[in-house]
Design a binder for this molecule. Structure first.
Ligand SMILES: C[S@@+](CC[C@H](N)C(=O)[O-])C[C@H]1O[C@@H](n2cnc3c(N)ncnc32)[C@H](O)[C@@H]1O
Length: 268
């Protein structure tokens, strides 16, 4: 394909991920705006994907799926409830990739669909979910014993002394009704523990929205004026976090297991 043909093909689609198609040609001109995905690659590089079966939840245009295929994964399945046509119709054939992508909602995903996985990527999805804990339990069910879950999400940092989930609908920090569930780090930590995950890594990233001085000043002014005007609106400090957790059913502490306790209660 000539460069012109590639550009014509790319112009048919809208891409969320900036993926290199060939030297000098990318799926979109600029990096996605509110979070630098590039920071996650270094954590992927630390994990051994060789011969692993991997699920990429909310795979979008496949930036992470293609990367883990490149670094050795045996099988990569991506699901998204809004499948990227550009990835399926153009990128997969163009890269001659074996990544498989399906339009699927994670709540409808079952072991009978694709079996279990060694590693699950769950990047940028948790804060879009209205039933986050059910989703996390589902991911635990889909993992093999000792399997890894890599969960990257937006978190709120207003209160750290208590485990919290902040659930705005139309008033969230991303001004977007689909961004509706923000744990704080403590809340996410305790939820993973309640599902018998062993926590291997917690890495916080500064949200881009707050990372340059102009934006910090803008946010402080917003805070002062909004607070003065309404006297009840607080600035929601928003950052991103990466959790790497391991499914560890051998170490189950049933007395601490939320699902065990609730199911037992219902069985009585
Ligand atoms: C913010 S994007 C993140 C894309 C990619 N994982 C990344 O980190 O760059 C969230 C993606 O998750 C998908 N998504 C949201 N809720 C979902 C659900 N319940 N099941 C499957 N995919 C979902 C959206 O369609 C979207 O493509």
């Amino acid at each position: 394909m000539t460069d012109e043909q590639i550009l014509n093909e790319l112009n048919k689609y809208t891409f969320y991920h900036r993926i290199k198609v060939k030297e000098g040609i990318y799926t979109r001109e600029t990096e996605n705006k509110h979070f630098s995905h590039r920071k996650l690659f270094r954590y992927l590089d630390d994990i051994d994907f060789k011969n692993k079966k991997v699920l990429d939840i909310g795979c979008r245009d496949g930036m992470f799926s293609f990367y883990i295929e490149k670094i050795g994964a045996k099988e990569v399945i991506g699901i998204d409830n809004n499948l990227s046509k550009g990835a399926v119709e153009f990128l997969i054939p163009h890269f001659n990739s074996k990544v498989k992508m399906y339009e699927k909602n994670l709540y409808e995903l079952n072991e009978s669909d694709f079996g279990k996985f060694d590693i699950i990527l769950f990047f940028g999805v948790l804060y879009h979910l209205r039933e986050p804990i059910s989703a996390m339990k589902k991911l635990s069910d889909l993992l093999n014993e000792n399997g890894l879950l890599l969960c990257e999400t937006a978190i709120t940092e207003n209160i750290e002394s208590k485990p919290v989930i902040y659930i705005p609908f139309n008033t969230g920090p991303y001004d977007d009704p689909t961004s509706c569930t923000f744990f704080n780090t403590q809340g996410l930590k305790e939820t993973f523990k309640s599902l018998n995950f062993e926590i291997l890594l917690i890495k916080k990233f500064i949200e881009r929205k707050f990372s340059n001085i102009k934006k910090i000043i803008k946010n402080i002014l917003w805070l002062i004026f909004k607070k003065n005007r309404l006297l009840k609106t607080d600035l929601v400090i928003l950052n991103r976090v990466l959790f790497i957790v391991k499914k560890n059913q051998n170490k189950i502490d049933k007395t601490n297991d939320y699902w065990y306790r609730t199911h037992k209660k219902h069985q009585k």
